[in-house]
Write a protein that binds this ligand. Sequence first.
Ligand code: 3PG
Ligand code: CO
Length: 555
Amino acid sequence: EFSWKLADHPKLPKGKQVAVVVLDGWGEAIPNEYNCIHTAETPTMDSLKHGAPNRWRLVKAHGTAVGLPSDDDMGNSEVGHNALGAGRIFAQGAKLVDGALATGKIYEEPGFKYIQECFETGTLHLIGLLSDGGVHSRLDQLQLLLKGVSERGVKRIRVHILTDGRDVLDGSSVGFVETLEKDLADLRAKGIDAKIASGGGRMYVTMDRYENDWNVVKRGWDAQVLGEAPYKFTNALEAVKKLRAEPKANDQYLPPFVIVDENGKPVGPIVDGDAVVTLNFRADRMVMLAKALEYENFDKFDRVRVPKIHYAGMLEYDGELKLPSHYLVSPPEIERTSGEYLVKNGIRTFACSETVKFGHVTFFWNGNRSGYFNEELEKYVEIPSDSGITFNEQPKMKALEIAEKARDAILSKKFDQVRVNLPNSDMVGHTGDIKATIVACKAADEAVKMILDAIEQVGGIYVVTADHGNAEDMVKRDKSGKPLLDKNGNIQILTSHTLQPVPLAIGGPGLSPGVRFRSDVPTGGLANVAATVMNLHGFEAPSDYETTLIEVVDN
Ligand code: 3PG
Ligand code: CO
């Protein structure tokens, strides 16, 4: 019979305070000029790496080790934190959508039937990230869906694109739009009225997260629903090319535009009787739009007109809020996470990050569930992020503030686990600004030091790891590892994550002297960390968790 009660660890004591530090986008790679972690001064992380040999190792953070379709898939924060928190590997959104499309099951589910009800008399709107990055969405899935709906009675399709440049190279939006335009032309040849209706860069239009800046979602709403935007074009390819040509413009931050007909009328505002699908399978950057589309009571911005639509997400984005209420593919059933177990076994938990990563150490950590398991035992603190800037302008971000909160939580002795995410190396790495990323890595390292010092003071234990790589490699490489040049002879900056493994370090005065990393789990990944942390709290992990990475030898 199922019980939340965790067995006592046979050798490790209870009652030690454990700090769990997740450096976002901090992978391990060979040292060279594009490795910002190597270039930056990072004495604290260096000392962990060169300290006790059995207390530092690498773990896998990409591909099948975190539930992605293949080992060519780079890691990302959603799957990384899911694995860290849940202690098991779940087939993730990308893979589940692939499966549902391949078998055609997606078309038999209630979510699809619901949007199909509008096909006869309404328009089907598809809103999402146009990219093959595989982090939030994938172009080939959109292509399969377009084919699927075209065979199932759709009459009119409008695609609202969000350009990427963050999970893929900057500038790749042009090729994606060309591909999509070709597919839409093929549909038109078959008698389906299919067009791109609006667009904008993902970081400026629609894809905000954790309510950092509702203006981002509003810009998208105005273009997608109301058909209003500062830029109007008759052709999406021209729109993207022209807007990219503006000084400092890039795919991530393209301004919103709408496509208009020859009379200047927008070709695809969302109106009563239409169906809407948000194409992203990943949750964090779709939740806000889902709320705007679905909630009757909504006060985050003036929606002006709220069309009566049938709306479905590609996935359910929030398991606690049941948002959206209709979706095409069921999300991974991530239950019995380590956070829930530990709280139910009395572990008082503190979690903190700044807004842009706050949900990573709470929502993603807890299996894409918002809120607390037990308000009395948990405290989640969000430090407001700077908004309206790109993070290369402020590469230190709120690392110091996060570390101070963690330090205070540790020194207060009110918590058994103090968990943080330090966003710098990821958020600044995504800007592609190498100089700023070096500053970012240094700031994150200083934050780690402050937390480790606090752990030292209270006789606790630390676990330092990362969710995936980013800042350790800032250049696109060919198969042999050589940096690739663009047509002007400049290196191609890699704004995205990587396939690299990440460090895992344990230590602190509270760590029993006999604890060391096992040598028999060389392929260990992020999902093995949960059992490891449970052990450090004095518990055995549940038997279906991925195995612990530590053992206790008698000295
Ligand atoms: C983003 O959403 O910012 C990127 O697509 C992925 O970054 P993350 O997985 O580190 O959040
Ligand atoms: Co990232």
